[in-house]
Design a protein around this ligand. Structure first.
Ligand code: SAH
Length: 239
């Protein structure tokens, strides 16, 4: 079955955006994954309303559960049963391991909020996972959806040509990636490390691994702690 992302949005024109370029865009054109956009504006309640003011007062508008219900019911059984994701600054930050799981499933069904967000009963009744792309507030969930989908699609078999590059990359083994260099050998008096030009593969691997460790230890003590725990054979609670 072709991997598929269903996306509920009031701005379908924001797509494919990032998802239409480069490897991911080419794979979309070739039908190696599918993007199903559901325009929430097509499912108004009463005359033309898709949202309402917050119960209890406050600024902004909230997506109506009646609108979402109609939109959700328009999906096929298969799409209705996919993992449900709501993008929200209140959500759990998602990680590479989440994307690996999603890429290994039939697909995801994602809801992009706008304005003040969505009625809580949508999230509860339909069991949405609330996820965030970071501790900041955007205007809508569309950019977050593109981030998640791009991250999943590049993990699909045959989408990224060189499978090796997926194995040795940041987060894959609780280490961030080493530095990268290309020609020329010297740029503005900065030389690419001699060892990488030596042709000695064992030394190059060791050099890169040490550099990865050093970078992870300094930049991301949280990931470094997981790496150490993995090395000594115990696992943190999060894993
Ligand atoms: N009133 C909300 C923010 C609404 S922002 C609050 O204070 O929590 C409007 C929409 O943008 C949200 O419904 C969500 O879908 C999206 N959004 C904003 N920031 C986001 C983030 N950091 N991660 C994921 N989605 C985000």
């Amino acid at each position: 079955m072709t991997w598929r992302a269903n996306v509920f949005t009031i701005f379908p024109d924001a797509f494919p955006g990032n998802l239409g370029v480069s490897i991911v865009g080419k794979a979309l054109l070739e039908g190696r994954w599918q993007l199903n956009l559901i325009d929430l504006k097509r499912f108004p309640v009463k005359s033309d309303r898709i949202d309402g003011s917050p119960c209890g007062g406050g600024s902004g508008m909230i997506l109506s559960p009646l609108v979402f219900e109609k939109a959700f019911d328009s999906l096929s059984d298969v799409d209705r049963n996919m993992r449900r994701i709501y993008f929200s600054p209140r959500g759990r930050p998602f990680r590479q391991s989440d994307l690996v799981e999603m890429a290994n499933s039939p697909g995801i069904t994602a809801l992009c909020g706008r304005y003040e967000g969505v009625d809580q009963r949508i999230l509860e009744f339909y069991s949405f996972e609330e996820v965030s792309i970071g501790d900041f507030v955007l205007l809508g969930g569309e950019a977050a959806a593109m981030v998640m989908i791009e991250g999943c699609v590049r993990l699909l078999p045959e989408v990224v040509g060189n499978g090796e590059s997926l194995i040795h990359e940041s987060f894959s083994d609780n280490l961030l990636e080493h530095h990268q260099y290309t020609k020329p050998r010297i740029f503005k008096e900065l030389s690419a490390p001699e060892v990488l030009l030596s042709g000695n593969h064992q030394q190059m691997d060791e050099f890169r691994e040490n550099q990865s460790r050093e970078i992870t230890r300094k930049r991301r003590p949280d990931i470094w702690a997981k790496y150490i725990a993995q090395k000594i054979g115990c696992h943190s609670e999060e894993d």
